[in-house]
Design a protein around this ligand. Structure first.
Ligand code: DLL
Length: 431
């Protein structure tokens, strides 16, 4: 099986635009009638549902911010009677109120379909054993990939995260072929499989990794260690969960399920719409959500769109691998720094993807330290060799970022491993 829904995934652009326009008209009408907040912000912008006749009218609509989604907690954006809702999911909400998203059975079915498309794009069929090590519960990772795997008819292992020994045992005994988890957990699992000498007992062929930024270097590292092909998958609770977009065998960006999610890229400062190929903030309008329609939602994620033909045959627009989020970006001594750039340098220099960035302010000046684990082979080297290594890393980091940093080499396995989304930054300036 090459595609889960070929008519949609390979549809001509014109056909897709017609479908999107029909759905947009309907969802705007519905959101306006059912949700007082949408009515209020559209009235304020002097736009009515009748003004939205096709996707070309999208920019007439006001934006929806993450702050409002928090304020809307719990029920202010619900667009159906509560009795139609069968599920909620929620963001991790590290600060302030959580965002709660609602789903009707129809919403769940479409979400499962998006994840089934992603699994098929990673080479999955009903003969595969899909090992889901994303967290289950309020987090969308586990339920999303679980639903997609069921819809495809694959044997599904609802492992959830944690208990790494059991993960490896099931992987070996049940013959898992597709691993779904965060890239940082995949990296930890790879390290553990190797250290237990279980590499020749696993039968994995592919991984579907997302929910956090990861570099191309990290992808190659996981692929080499586990002997698999690693596919990126993107999504967010506010829009549904994993499967908003997914990678195919070409591995040059993620195809957006644009029959359900209409993307735009804007300049985050001026809010101007940007053309394909230019990096900016990703904005989504859901086209078929019933319980929780979201219009022009500013995700804070940074990427570019591409409509270049793809060798996989899909015509769905692609988004580039995420550089990070606007709120992940560190400003250190006036320079913009993304954790993914630091990860790129470390892996290129032969280190493992286990690191911690510590930023502080001392005497009105930002300090920037990266703690990096030595590999077991490096650990036995002399002090002199390691101080040369530190210096080499400082130089490589300066040429990537343009600022100086402190590189602290620490013992193997001394940085806490992540079972879900990794915490890579401690910014003491904010504490
Ligand atoms: O992380 C949904 C998900 C689960 C996606 C499993 C993929 C796999 P949230 O917890 O709401 O939902 O976090 C959404 O995570 O806005 C991005 O900043 C980030 N993110 C998600 N996927 C990727 C990815 C899930 N592939 C937020 N690359 C999003 C980089 C990602 N960042």
């Amino acid at each position: 099986m090459k595609y889960f829904t070929p008519d949609i995934e390979c549809a001509p652009h014109e056909k897709m635009r017609v479908l999107q326009s029909e759905r947009l008209v309907k969802i705007v009408r519905n959101a306006y009638d059912a949700v007082p907040y949408y009515r209020e912000i559209m009235d304020k912008k002097d736009v009515t549902p009748e003004d939205i006749r096709s996707v070309d009218d999208l920019d007439k609509l006001p934006f929806l911010s993450k702050d409002y989604l928090r304020e809307a907690y719990p029920y202010k954006l619900l667009a159906t009677p509560r009795s139609h809702v069968v599920r909620i999911q929620s963001t991790s909400g590290t600060t302030g109120k959580r965002i709660v998203a609602f789903y009707t059975q129809g919403d769940i079915d479409k979400w499962d379909e998006c994840c089934a498309r992603a699994i098929v794009a990673a080479g999955g069929t009903c003969d595969d054993v899909v090992h889901v090590s994303y967290g289950y519960g309020l987090f969308t990772g586990g339920p999303g990939l679980n639903g997609g795997s069921h819809m495809l008819g694959s044997m599904t292992l609802p492992m959830s995260s944690g208990n790494t020994d059991r993960q490896i045992q099931f992987m070996c005994d049940l013959g898992s072929t597709i691993l779904c988890c965060t890239p940082s957990y995949a990296s930890y699992l790879a390290e553990s499989v190797i250290s237990k000498g279980a590499l020749d007992k696993i039968t994995l062929k592919a991984g579907i990794f997302g929910a956090e930024s990861w570099s191309e270097e990290m992808r190659r590292d996981i692929e080499a260690k586990l002997g698999i092909k690693a596919y990126d998958i993107y999504g967010l609770t506010e829009i549904s969960g994993p499967g908003v977009s997914f990678e195919c065998s070409e591995q040059t960006g993620m195809h957006i399920n644009e029959d359900y999610f209409l993307p735009e890229i804007i300049d985050p400062h001026t809010e101007e719409t940007l053309p394909d190929g230019v990096e900016g903030e990703l904005v989504f309008t859901t086209l078929a959500k019933e319980a929780f329609p979201v219009l022009r939602y500013r995700t804070r994620d940074l990427c570019a769109l591409s409509r270049k033909p793809c060798s996989c045959g899909r015509t769905l627009v692609k988004m580039s691998k995420l550089k990070g989020r606007t709120d992940d970006m560190l400003i250190i001594r006036g320079v913009n720094v993304f954790p993914s750039q630091i990860e790129t340098v470390l892996l290129r220099e032969g280190y493992s993807p286990n690191y911690l960035i510590v930023v502080d302010r001392v005497n009105h000046t930002d300090t920037f330290e990266v703690q990096v684990e030595l590999t077991p082979e490096m650990f036995s080297d002399t002090v002199k060799q390691n101080s040369q290594r530190e210096k080499k890393l400082v130089d490589a980091m300066r040429s990537m970022l343009g600022i100086s940093s402190k590189m602290s080499l620490v013992a193997p396995r001394s940085i806490v491993r992540s079972e879900g989304k990794a915490v890579r930054v401690i910014d003491k300036r904010k504490i």
